[in-house]
Design a protein around this ligand. Structure first.
Ligand code: 9D3
Length: 278
């Protein structure tokens, strides 16, 4: 896969992608990340890339000529038909599904903005779609571009090695992670849940699945409302809720999760339960 990034801070991109899973995937040749700096396409002696907004107001706007020239230069290095994507707070939300769609392409172009934004004519002439990584204000598109690259590259075949089997991924799909522990067995007075040191693999699997379902209910009830639960998850959630309800009456605060998280994880699942298997 070939990825190109148009950015005023190419060192920021090139530096960040050298690390971790993405860095290793690039070393293995699974993807190639190139950059193009609009400043290299600025023709005046000062290499100007921004200008004041027509109509007045604060801040500066990326001027069209160097930015569009950079987009065209970078796009020419990509396979035909590669989408040109602007990172923009006005874009559609980037999701795991969007990452998987990009991971299936032979290439794509990411365009990052700075200052107050980019001249609208560049979007009309040189951009196919706009994506945002969430509803908070950043100072430019570089960090969002890195988030997109990270999410996409780790999906490429061979990027993860054996770190996580696709079997496991599909079985906990739509659920948050269960809690993880490593040595020592007792840390600052807190013991690892006994089931995990029991050696009973069937019981460990059931415990992990139940904790994943429980956490999803407590922390992301919106997922359950929107996507429903698989039959097994639905059954396990009913068991977990029954156990929590009984436990809270008899021995309030005993649960490990509540000890640590306290009020932050009070049950606040969606009203009117009635969970059906999807
Ligand atoms: C006038 C209001 N603005 C500044 C406070 C608009 C604005 C301009 C430029 C807001 C953000 C930015 C820079 N952000 C991005 O380029 C960006 C972004 C983001 O800020 N949040 C989430 N996703 C993205 S993708 C690109």
């Amino acid at each position: 896969m070939r990825i190109e990034v148009v950015t005023l801070f190419p060192e920021m991109l090139r530096g960040a992608v050298r690390f971790g899973i993405v860095g290793r995937a690039l070393e293995r040749g699974l993807a190639l990340v190139g950059t193009e700096d609009p400043r290299a396409h600025a023709v005046d002696p000062r290499r100007t890339v921004d200008d004041r907004p027509y109509g007045g107001g604060p801040g500066m706007v990326l001027k069209p000529e160097p930015l569009l020239a950079a987009i065209r230069a970078a796009h020419a290095r990509l396979p035909n038909g590669s989408p040109r994507i602007l990172l923009s707070a006005q874009g559609e939300r980037f999701t795991q599904r969007g990452a998987a769609e990009l991971a299936a392409l032979p290439g794509f172009l990411l365009v990052t903005g700075r200052y107050e934004g980019v001249d609208e004519r560049v979007i009309e002439l040189g951009v196919d779609r706009e994506i945002s990584i969430g509803d908070y204000v950043l100072s430019g598109g570089e960090v969002p571009a890195l988030a997109v690259i990270d999410a996409v590259v780790r999906l490429l075949p061979g990027a993860l090695g054996d770190e996580r089997s696709s079997l496991e991924e599909s079985f906990t799909q739509g659920l948050l992670e269960w809690p993880q522990y490593t040595r020592p067995e007792v840390f600052e007075g807190r013991r690892v849940p006994e089931v995990l040191t029991s050696g009973n693999h069937a019981e460990i699997e059931r415990w992990r699945y139940a904790r994943a379902v429980e956490r999803t209910w407590l922390r992301r009830p919106d997922w359950i409302v929107e996507h429903g639960l698989a039959p097994r998850a639905s059954r396990v959630l009913n068991e977990v809720l029954a156990a929590r309800g009984a436990g809270e009456l008899r021995r309030k605060g005993e649960s490990h999760e509540q000890d640590r998280a306290g009020a932050r994880e009070e049950p606040d699942g969606p009203e009117g339960a009635g969970f059906q298997a999807r």
